[in-house]
Structure formats: structure tokens, C-alpha cells
Design a protein around this ligand. Sequence first.
Ligand code: ATP
Ligand code: MG
Length: 465
Amino acid sequence: MIKGFTRFLQSPGEHLRSLFGPQDASASRPVLRVIPRQEHPVSRQHFSDAALKVLYRLHNAGHEAFLVGGCIRDSLLGRMPKDFDVATDATPEQVRELFRNSRIIGRRFRIVHVRFGREVIEVTTFRGKPGDDHGDHIAQQSDDGMLLRDNVWGNIEEDALRRDFTVNALYYSIADFSIHDFADGVRDIESRTLRLIGDPATRYREDPVRMLRAVRFAAKLDFHLAPETEAPIAELAPLLLQVPPARLFDEVLKLFMAGHGVETFRLLRDYGLFAMLFPEADEAMAELPWAEAVIEQALASTDKRIHEERPVTPAFLFAALLWGPVQQRQKALEDDGMPPIPALQAASQQVISRQLQHVAIPKRFSLPMRDIWDLQQRLPLRRGKRVFQTREHPRFRAAYDFLLIREAAGELEPGLGDWWTAFQDADEHEQRRLLSKAGADPAGSGAPRKRRRRRRKPRKPSGES
Ligand code: ATP
Ligand code: MG
């Protein structure tokens, strides 16, 4: 938490009002408000050295330089900013020349990444109106009004109006430490409101991902959507089907891996957005009584781990999101006479290839996801050597956690999870007892030592069942 913000956090709205003085809430047309340093609580102490370095170097080179977006919004809310976005009148090429440690990225939206060790500062050139032709035709729109490229430079005011929400259009000037509020963003921070700048339907058509961003910020900041910002979502949600799957993968991670996954999931479903990202999962939830609980349990456990600063992997989350449809398909294939193991393989394959049309899942996550699914068939097989092979599988831990979630969600009778919990903690004697309880009896087989040696030096699973 930011030092000196305790009071602010207890009553953010009130504190801001007292800091910024009374405002005219009835003003409908936003006007620029410049809030001088002594009238706002945002201090350079809240910013990283890297961010300050970028601001000062741009400033000293004669450019305008502002911090903008989430870092100012979060600072005003008394939250520690998680990353820093800089807006400037310098072009990407000019920024690139000022920082050796930088590179220009993006085509649709060209920006410069300036790297300091593990920290990356995003530097964006002020955007102008997409309709303006600045000679080299750098803004493009699809027939539906979707912005395919947005690389028309402009001034800070135009830039502010191109941003998504009013609370994201607050600029902190490094020249005099004032905050520039172009769209009544401070008022909306006070009332915890997410309000799109401009005509909401047009802004969603330009970039349907803004619907996801609305939900993400609502969950993360505990804000509500302004009625006009909320209204078009139900109708426009299907526009997400036109967004490239790779971009949606990035967004899905931000939605579900930021510590507010359960709330975000609930909002996505309320607004009809979840079905646009995971259509088969959405259908499975309507048919399988446990499918929703599996996802919620996985999200709750992910949220908990994030708050405890423990590692999380998208593979586990995607495994839970798609488990419902995988089980539906597996069952259908088994009903057609396919044995369970190939049925699960085929079902996994089919569900993944369908899903990839909506949200990309890089191989580095889809492969471990499939391992987690495959292991669900191996966890119940608790015969001698097999148990130790399963235990030593690199994805055992994730698969075991997944099993616990399936039990908690009511998909499975509880019991197997407890057995594996006990088995992992047990000494050799206790393990033998558990194995015999599970139906196999290694002591009776007369080869406990041999088994133990095999356990230390695992072999590739042989053909035995
Ligand atoms: P956080 O980083 O905490 O998730 P943020 O508001 O900083 O939130 P970013 O994705 O880092 O979000 O974007 C930085 C800023 O760029 C935003 O605050 C907003 O002003 C602008 N922005 C980002 N994405 C869009 C978009 N799709 N449409 C319009 N403006 C956007
Ligand atoms: Mg940001």
C-alpha cells in the first residue's frame, strides 16, 4: 500500500473531494481541468525510478511527457501502480533514439517498450482522430467500424479522447507535477464509475475488447459501469468473435490471472461475454451440474495463490475452463463404443481445436493442460508401480489439485483426493498400507524393495495397463 494513503483508502471518495474541492457534477461536457500538485495526492514517490527516468529524459529533450492510464488511476485510489504508461508528443522513432534499451513494437498500435532490467515502460505517442489522414494512411477501420490500426499522431487532448474510460484519461505532467483531467475522470474515480469516453456503441465497435476491459476494471477496482456504458454490451458482445484469438488470449490472462478471477467470471457471464470467449464451456455449464463449480473453484484457488504471491499457470485454468466440454465429448465417444483412453484423447483434441478459433492457447500451456486431463484417468489406478509413476509425473501436483477441485465441485464422490493427500505425506510403511487399502498389496507381492528402487529411478510407462 502506498505510504500516507491509509486515510485515503478508508474513504477514497470523500478524501478526493476534499482534495479537489467541490465539483459541478451536472457538467455534461468534459472540460480540461488542470489539478496542481498541491491539490492532488499523487507523488513521484509512487512511481518507479525507471518511469521517472523515461519522463525526465523525454522532458529534457524538449518533448512533452506524461504518466497516463492505470498508474494515475490506481495512485488516486491509493493503490500501488503495477506498471507505468508514458504518453508523449515524441514519435516512436524519436523515443527509440533517446533510449538505447528500447524497441518499437506493435503494428495495429505502435508503441515503444523501454526496458530497465525486468521492468518495461510503455511509451505511446499521442494519438489523433482516426478519421484524419495525415498523409501516410496509418489509421484503418473495418466495415464494422473496428479500428484495424491506430497510428495517427495527434495532441494530448485528442489523445485523451481516444482512450477508453474517463478514469484512464488522467495525465500526470513531469513538467509541473499537475494532473490533467480531460474527461471528468476524477469525478468518476470519486463515484467509482467506469464510463467510456464518447459514444459507447461506437467505441465498442472500434475495439470490442473494451467490453472485456470494462468488466476487468469493474472487478479489479470494485467500480460499476455507467448505465450508458453498460447498455450496449448485451447487443455488441458478439463483436468479440471478430477479435484475433491471440489478442484474446492476452486479455483472458488479464481477466483471470489478476487476483479477481471469480468476480470477473461472474460479470463476464452476466454480460453475455463469457460465451463469446468460451462457447463450448458456456454450453457445458448449462448441461452439467458441476461444470460451473469446477471453473469457480479453479478461479478461487488461482485468486488465492495470486494474493499469496504463489505461482499460477494458465494451463491449470484452461484445464478447468474446458473440462466440461471435454467430458461431454468423451462421454459421447464412449457411448459410440470408443474405450475411455482414446475417447479422452480425441475429445481433448476436438475441444482444443474448436477453442483455438476463439482464444489462442499457446502450446506451452495446451500441452500441460492435456497432461492434467490425461492424469485424471491415471489417478484412480492405484496398483503398485503405477502409483509411483503417476506420483512422479511432472504434472502430478497440478493434476492432484485438479482432482480436488473436481471433488469439491461435486463432479466426483470425495475419497480419491484424500487418498492421494495421505499417500504423498506417508512414509514407506504407510504407503504400503494405503496401497493395500486401495486394492493392490505390494507387501503380498513380495517385492516392496524392488518397487521402491523403481520409484527412485522411474521408467517409461510400459505397455501394462
Ligand atoms: P492496468 O495496466 O492496471 O491493467 P491500464 O489502464 O494501465 O490498466 P493498459 O492496458 O496498461 O491499462 O493501458 C494503458 C492505457 O492505455 C489505458 O489506461 C487507456 O488509457 C489506454 N488503453 C489501453 N487499451 C485501450 C483500448 N483498447 N482502447 C482505448 N484506450 C486504451
Ligand atoms: Mg497499464
